[in-house]
Design a protein. Structure first.
Length: 225
């Protein structure tokens, strides 16, 4: 067995071997609970994109729209139109952005392979969506730090990813069988993320997570000094 890697979320080296299947080894971090695949077993960028290119993302697919409504509905309940947001990891068929635009919001698009526009990663946004993306990220700490830096105070980061429940269920979990999935979060992991970024966390259903950036605290008035 290969030597223990370090965690891409909290950088801890206190990790243990969690599971092995015919394709890969999986490790879990003692500190934050992230389950992950070591970089030595990641696909190449070309292999990864070939898998993404094979996905069907039809903007007219009503089933896909219902799936994404699990993100859009709780997000829209938090927003006042017009708001300006970012769909990070939008993929080749950015249906979620289309749904949010239909509700009166502006949405910038970013995707490493399909909308690689670094200029949109310099703004400030009223919301950010990140659906079925974080599980593809080798170093989630870097991405989460970047996304939180783009949020305005009080703005939500809404993620969609399936959650690790326990080791026994992980063994037969279909979600791990996608070889582009390399980082698996649990409620414990998102509680850790919320603590690190001083944000509130809310779990909606089985796979939607809302992390809300704190409001800026007002400076004390002269009378209070």
């Amino acid at each position: 067995m290969q030597s223990s890697p370090s965690c891409g979320l909290c950088a801890s080296v206190k990790v243990f071997h969690y599971h092995q299947d015919k394709y890969r080894h999986y490790w879990q971090c003692h500190q934050c609970g992230l389950v992950f695949v070591d970089a030595s077993e990641h696909l190449t960028a070309q292999q990864e994109k070939e898998i993404y290119d094979s996905h069907e993302n039809d903007l007219a697919d009503l089933g896909y729209r219902r799936f994404l409504s699990r993100v859009s509905e709780p997000l829209l309940a938090r927003l006042e139109a017009p708001s300006s947001g970012l769909d990070f990891g939008c993929g080749p068929g950015p249906l979620l952005a289309k749904m949010l635009k239909e509700a009166g919001h502006e949405v910038a698009l970013y995707d490493l392979y399909y909308a690689n526009k670094p200029e949109v990663l310099t703004g400030q946004y009223d919301f950010i969506t990140c659906t079925e993306v974080i599980e593809h990220i080798a170093e989630p700490e870097k991405v989460l730090t970047q996304l939180f830096s783009l949020l305005k105070p009080g703005a939500p980061l809404v993620l969609m990813t399936k959650l690790v429940i326990d080791r026994e269920r992980f063994r037969t979990w279909h979600y791990k069988n996608d070889l582009t999935h390399i980082a698996f979060f649990s409620r414990k992991t998102f509680d850790y993320v919320a603590q690190i970024y001083d944000s509130e966390v809310e779990f909606i259903g089985n796979d939607v997570i809302v992390l809300t950036k704190p409001e800026v605290q007002a400076a004390p008035s002269e009378e209070a000094l």
